[in-house]
Design a protein around this ligand. Structure first.
Ligand SMILES: Cc1cc2nc3c(=O)[nH]c(=O)nc-3n(C[C@H](O)[C@H](O)[C@H](O)COP(=O)(O)O)c2cc1C
Length: 192
């Protein structure tokens, strides 16, 4: 995102970039800290901050990916080398991958749903914060976000959930436009 881009123009063209269309460089630690600080500026009913981040180094992602591949081998003994390679690469294509973890828990006043929505807001804000730093980004979950066996690999505590993995890097290829809903089809105007 260029500094002179107006917010409305940015939103009109905002687009995620698949990790396969990213290359190095990704943000360095100081930039990641800045991106995370911006990402936390989201609506958060009750100021609970019901989310946290895990920034995985490439080495950590290689270790995790090796384990994920073992899960697939167990589930699908017939898995081809091509499939295993594709699966092993899922967390390795973008230079930076950050897990947004929802820590939502029952609360006297704030519904869990609202806390989880706030985690989603953090994910979108992180995409935009990465764009503001000049990087491409994508919010992905993939199967392993929901696989019980993978929970410990991502450091999930009981009750926590992956809201998303935010992949960040430099755009190598523009993904093109994506079809968007026609607002007229999804809006209802109630006048009286
Ligand atoms: C919670 C969540 C999880 C997602 N997980 C995946 C995923 O695992 N794989 C995928 O191809 N897209 C996934 N997407 C879709 C992409 O993030 C994104 O919507 C798509 O690339 C287009 O993004 P854009 O509208 O920002 O350009 C997910 C979206 C959300 C909101």
């Amino acid at each position: 995102m260029h500094d002179d881009l107006k917010l409305g123009d940015y939103l009109k063209t905002r687009r995620s970039v698949p990790p396969a269309m990213m290359c190095a460089p990704g943000p360095e630690r100081a930039e990641i800290e800045s991106i995370l600080a911006l990402a936390t500026r989201v609506p958060d009913h009750g100021k609970l901050a019901p989310w946290r981040f895990v920034v995985f180094s490439r080495t950590a992602r290689e270790r995790i990916s090796d384990q994920l591949v073992e899960f697939i081998r167990t589930d699908r003994p017939d898995a081809t080398d091509e499939l295993l390679t594709m699966e092993r690469n899922r967390l390795l294509m973008a230079p930076v991958v950050i897990a947004v973890i929802s820590t939502a828990a029952p609360h006297a006043k704030i519904p869990v749903w609202e806390q989880e929505l706030s985690a989603g807001a953090v994910c979108l804000n992180m995409l935009m914060a990465a764009n503001a730093h000049g990087y491409a980004a994508n919010w992905l979950t993939q199967w392993f976000a929901y696989d019980e066996r993978a929970r410990h690999l991502f450091g999930l505590q009981p009750g926590e959930k992956i809201a998303g993995f935010i992949h960040i890097g430099t755009m190598e290829t523009h993904p093109g436009e994506r079809a968007r809903p026609d607002v007229a089809d999804i809006v209802e105007w109630v006048n009286a």
